[in-house]
Ligand binder design. Structure first.
Ligand code: NAP
Length: 332
């Protein structure tokens, strides 16, 4: 089978596609024939040795797959061979097949295409957990999304709208902001411009946003926190800008606001039943046509380096996917 290989830590351009032996599922594992695999920011870090996990070489990156069950390992009684499933995994997904612990698999219902399922798990799962569970976003509240044209950012615009919020998108260029508008954002601010806090204040009638969704960190966090409304909830989601901000806690006191961490991977591990219920809800929205995942590019496995280069170069819009021969429709 074909697999993307990282032979030594390095940039996206150092990835290669090779013929390798198909994995044999061990006890408690299932072999999944991959149709589509989501491309996520942590994939850019793991191949450079900058992620908490440092797999032995060579390894295959890719942490979010959708495919069909091909072989059940020892001690596994289901899901049945042929069932379409999705899973979050540490790595291994950029391949035509991968062995996955059975407990990680979530069945994908009829009406949800494999690329939609692969796009949903990480970004949309993170966002729904963040906005509803951690941020208690209420109907009619205002949500500010930083990095709004990125994978989780676009998902936050879409889920924010589905939950009945007014959504303001913040991003670094006009092109990105136009993509955010197309995804449903009600207001737009370019947070690389000097007076963006004034624009935000005007867009929120001087009140500030009720909830801030921040997957970027760096220089954007402090001005966003200073702008938050009374009783606001500031969601710490990620640090795509590369720098973890240090915040003076008086800012939280002054706004009577909460600064709340979001760690979706650990939520999946500790609260699997809650996560399954949440993913089932997301899949229902997709099957009903209420939610169309914001996928901007589909690449074949050979496009893995290009896809990761777009993410690390700050050039991606929405979600990027790798699609195998079994998943058809590559267009990147
Ligand atoms: N906490 C969790 O459970 C969880 C779950 C999923 C993802 N995350 C984290 O969320 C973050 C975003 O993930 P994603 O998949 O949405 O990534 P993405 O698609 O690359 O989006 C990140 C956005 O960050 C902004 N950015 C600012 N400075 C950047 C830089 N130096 N390099 C790259 N991007 C920069 C970019 O928007 P502008 O150009 O508009 O500024 C970009 O669109 C990552 O840090 C990821 O690890 C956390």
């Amino acid at each position: 089978m074909k697999a993307v290989l990282c032979r030594e830590f390095g940039p996206p351009s150092s990835l290669v596609v090779s013929e390798v032996d198909e994995p044999v599922p061990g006890p408690g594992e299932v072999l999944v024939r991959v149709e589509a695999c989501g491309v996520n920011f942590p994939d850019t870090l793991i191949i450079q040795g900058k992620y908490q996990q440092k797999p032995a070489m060579p390894f295959t990156p890719g942490g979010e797959v959708c495919g069909t069950v091909a072989v059940l390992g020892e001690g596994v009684s289901g899901p049945a061979v042929g069932t379409r499933v999705a899973a979050l995994i540490p790595y291994g997904g950029f391949a035509e097949a991968v062995a996955i612990e059975a407990g990680r698999l979530v069945p994908v219902p009829e009406g949800v295409a494999p690329d939609a399922a692969a796009a949903i798990c990480t970004a949309y799962g993170t966002v729904l957990h963040a906005l509803e569970d951690r941020g208690a976003l209420m109907l009619g509240e205002t949500l500010l999304v930083l990095g709004a044209a990125g994978g989780v950012g676009m998902a936050a615009i879409q889920i924010g709208k589905l939950l009945g919020a007014r959504v303001i998108a913040a991003a670094s260029s006009m092109d990105k902001l136009e993509a955010c508008r197309a995804a449903g954002a009600d207001g737009l601010v370019n947070y690389t411009e000097e007076h963006w806090r004034d624009e935000l204040r005007a867009l929120t009638e001087d009140r500030g946003p009720d909830v801030v969704f921040d997957p970027v960190g760096g220089p954007y966090t402090e001005p966003a926190l200073r702008s938050i409304g009374w009783r606001g909830r500031y969601l710490v989601v990620g640090f795509a800008a590369g720098e973890i901000p240090r915040i003076a806690l008086n800012l939280a006191l002054l706004k009577n606001c909460a600064i709340t961490g979001v760690f979706y991977g650990e939520f999946v591990r500790r609260e699997p039943a809650n996560n399954r219920a949440m993913l089932a809800r997301l899949f229902r929205w997709v099957a009903d046509g209420q939610l169309v995942p914001a996928v901007s590019h589909r690449f074949p496995l050979e496009g893995a380096g290009k896809a990761l280069g777009l993410l690390s170069g700050r050039r991606a819009l929405g979600k990027l996917l790798l699609v195998t021969h079994a998943g058809q429709r590559p267009s990147g």
